[in-house]
Design a protein around this ligand. Sequence first.
Ligand code: NAG
Ligand code: NAG
Ligand code: NAG
Length: 566
Amino acid sequence: MVALFQRPTRLLSVLGGIFIFYALVVYLPRNQEPLYSFEYVTGTYDWSALPQRHPVSQITPVPKGPFRKMPKVQFDFASAPTPNKTRQATLADRRSVVKDTFLKSWNSYKTYAWLYDELEPVSGKGKDTFGGWAATVIDALDTLWMMGLKEEFYLAVAAAVTIKWETKETAINFFETTIRHLGGLLSAYDLSKEPALLKKAIEIGDLLYAGFDTPNRMPPFWLDFQKAIDGTIQPGSHEPSASVTSSGVEFTRLAQLTGDDKYYDAIDRVSQFLQRTQNTTRLRGMWPTFANMQSLDLSYESDFTLGALADSLYEYLPKMFAITGGVPMYESMYRGAMDTVTKHLLYRPMTPNQDDILFTGDVTVDAADEPLLKTEGQHLSCFVGGMYGLGGKLFDIPDHVTIGEKIAKGCAWVYDSFPTGIMPEIYGLLRCPSLEPCPWNEEVWREQGDPKLRKGFRNARDPRYLLRPEAIESIFLMYRMTGKEEYQEIAWRMFQSIKNATETELAASAISDVTVTGETQKLDSMESFWFSETLKYFWLIFSSPDLISLDEYVLNTEAHPLLRPK
Ligand SMILES: *[C@@H]1O[C@H](CO)[C@@H](O)[C@H](O)[C@H]1NC(C)=O
Ligand SMILES: *[C@@H]1O[C@H](CO)[C@@H](O)[C@H](O)[C@H]1NC(C)=O
Ligand SMILES: *[C@@H]1O[C@H](CO)[C@@H](O)[C@H](O)[C@H]1NC(C)=O
């Protein structure tokens, strides 16, 4: 299928350079009546034909099995009692509210911003934020499928397969395009098996693959089209470490689906680099927030975090283990990193009720090589609960599942701490001297706390809420791993708060301040992860645990599920 579509592409490209190629793809449901027909438009530039200027001498193949049997990630729901009628009705009601919320935002996007990257949910205009390749359409595909909205799904497919990967910009964000566009298309393909989606995924995969054609095979932060064509891309010397190292899950799946090992080889080199440098940094076991991808020397950077800029580097370690079928390097990197995190980044907040919760902060290593912990929390780092859980399950480390639960519950506690019922983007907490519970100290609170906030908070340094998913992500993952109904209750509280505080006439909007009582101020922004992550997790936590089982799928960092090898 793939070769068939690519051959005329190359031929035409030789003849005419830039061209457009149409093919008619008709979807035939079981009754053989063509309900969904759409036109495939091939990308303008044939990235698959671009020669490598820095070719590799040996390609590392994607693991092809036989794969080792892995421990189960999900709780054994089958041997637990099925929910009674009342409970089933409650869950059905919640699903229907989540779906209505999704449809309201989706329908407004369709009406007012169709094919733009995002809808501005207050002014009702379209906005391009990621190159103008309909990020919302691509990101919504798999959620539409999971919600059973098949007609909407194929409408979105019809739009997605006409993207020509042309843009007004000179460069695209390598990371965001990988996780949103490549991840979104691959997962929609894995769910629907619609061949046109894989074809589109290969086109954007080939464009992104051009980013690895650098002297040391490390990708850039910005992928500049002309430089890619000229073969002159250079990786940067001060890049957010997550942005240039976490594309492994997507490229592994692309290699598995196409049988083309080059995609796996590309990210395997990045992983080898991570392994080589893991113990050379100022905080052994972790990689710094910023990475010099030119010199590949990480030994002088002093800042370490699981939050913004570095997050998915760590998130992808257990996920890579799962999707590669168990490549050992990812387990050893996970263990090494989490030992350091547990020792130096994890902390217990000081709260009046001595709540049994944990958080991760940021570390700066000082001139005397001492790691100094800053006890800030970020909405972005709430994913850590789910990561500890996944690592704990895959590598059979029960302590990590326990820590994961405490971090997830910590995030829920912060949601419950604000009048809107939502976590701020960044906030500071008072801390206990160790990970053990400690008595409340009113004096410390009076000195360091913010009297306007709940006891235990030093500040709400960035009080915005941007419709982010990381808290419900961890709550969802812990639910699937432990089977505890309390996580569904937490999720429902979070959902109602978010809906209430962010709803606009048209859709849902980021808000400026979660610390206010009464009406919130809307920021007129609705990133595509509202569709691909936040609402998907809410949908899944109230759905049957068989829907996207974590024993069958790995979710990329944009919450796009990709099939794990059997
Ligand atoms: C049904 O199950 C829920 C917990 O899932 C429980 O709280 C409730 O009491 C049960 N109702 C009946 C009628 O058994
Ligand atoms: C890094 O150090 C840890 C702990 O000492 C060790 O287990 C691991 O194998 C080391 N990693 C590498 C790549 O040398
Ligand atoms: C919903 O938001 C309004 C302000 O817009 C607020 O006054 C109210 O308390 C909120 N309700 C809930 C249940 O959070």
